[in-house]
Design a protein around this ligand. Structure first.
Ligand SMILES: NC(=O)c1ccc[n+]([C@@H]2O[C@H](COP(=O)([O-])OP(=O)(O)OC[C@H]3O[C@@H](n4cnc5c(N)ncnc54)[C@H](O)[C@@H]3O)[C@@H](O)[C@H]2O)c1
Length: 252
């Protein structure tokens, strides 16, 4: 994708599975990157991997659930890269796996704060930064932004909210040349799935794989491909869309 060469791209959660794969895919396309993550060391490791393939990436610590930190991250991205062309709001935490009746209020609030409000805080600042020259924003939602999943009330609510937020911003900013889309991955092999015991337990893994007609977990690179497409000129007429990349999870 030659048109992504030299583009200034911000990725939140750039130290993790999907964020890191997306950073490397953008770097291969010649884009310049700002990576924000709660885990600075992880973001720095991604930056090292980007440098190793000849790319440019800056890493900084940021908690997207704090509005002032989200704003500072966008400011820093625009300052270090000279402008902001694309933003990928990817930072997120996993579902807590408790029934709705027993879900602690603190877990609900933390999940909403990071997975929904964090996207809003970042996007608010990104839209302002892109106002003059246009751009593309991609929010990482989930298939659980489209359908329910037992034991994931806060996560499912947050991801449904991300898709709603995506549609509203897309409508509001279409005339200003800013496209806003979401990607809805099925279950993807990342550290997140290891933490919730999907990839560390053979039986659980087989069960989750079976929910996807393709009968395997997604690879982070497969999500990165969709993000790059939505940021590219090939998607110039695509906005307000929630692109499912799920091995058929939502097809049945
Ligand atoms: N892995 C999956 O199966 C899957 C499926 C659908 C959607 N997603 C979504 O994709 C995104 C990336 O997930 P992943 O699987 O790569 O997870 P991951 O845990 O590998 O990476 C997430 C990254 O976000 C960072 N992060 C967490 N809280 C943060 C905060 N408050 N501020 C800034 N950074 C923070 C983490 O440090 C980590 O580097 C998430 O939004 C997740 O909900 C994942």
């Amino acid at each position: 994708m030659e048109e992504l060469r030299d583009k200034a791209v911000l990725i939140t959660g750039g130290g993790g599975g999907i964020g890191r794969a997306t950073a490397l895919a953008f770097a291969r396309a010649g884009a310049r990157l700002m990576l924000g993550d709660l885990d600075l060391e992880a973001a720095e490791e991604t930056a090292r991997q980007v440098a190793a393939i000849g790319g440019e990436a800056h890493a900084t610590r940021c908690d997207v659930s704090r509005p002032e930190e989200a704003e500072a991250l966008v400011r820093e991205a625009a300052a270090r890269l000279g402008r902001l062309d694309c933003a990928v709001n990817n930072a997120g935490i996993e579902a807590s796996q408790e029934s709705t009746a027993r879900l602690p209020v603190e877990t609900w609030e933390r999940t909403i704060a990071i997975n929904l409000s964090g996207v809003f805080y970042c996007m608010r600042a990104e839209l302002a930064a892109m106002r003059a020259s246009g751009g593309a924003i991609v929010n990482i939602a989930s298939v659980l932004g489209l359908v329910g999943f037992a034991g994931a009330a806060a996560y499912v609510a947050a991801k449904h909210g991300v898709i709603g937020l995506t549609k509203v911003a897309a409508i509001e900013f279409a005339a200003r040349g800013i496209r806003v889309n979401a990607v809805c991955p099925g279950f993807v092999e990342t550290p997140m799935l290891e933490r919730v015991g999907v990839t560390s337990d053979a039986e659980r893994r087989a069960l989750i794989e079976g929910l996807h007609p393709i009968n395997r977990l997604g690879r982070p690179e497969e999500i990165a491909g969709a993000v790059l497409y939505l940021c590219s000129d090939a998607a110039s007429f695509v906005t307000g869309h929630a692109l499912v990349v799920d091995g058929g999870y939502t097809a049945r």
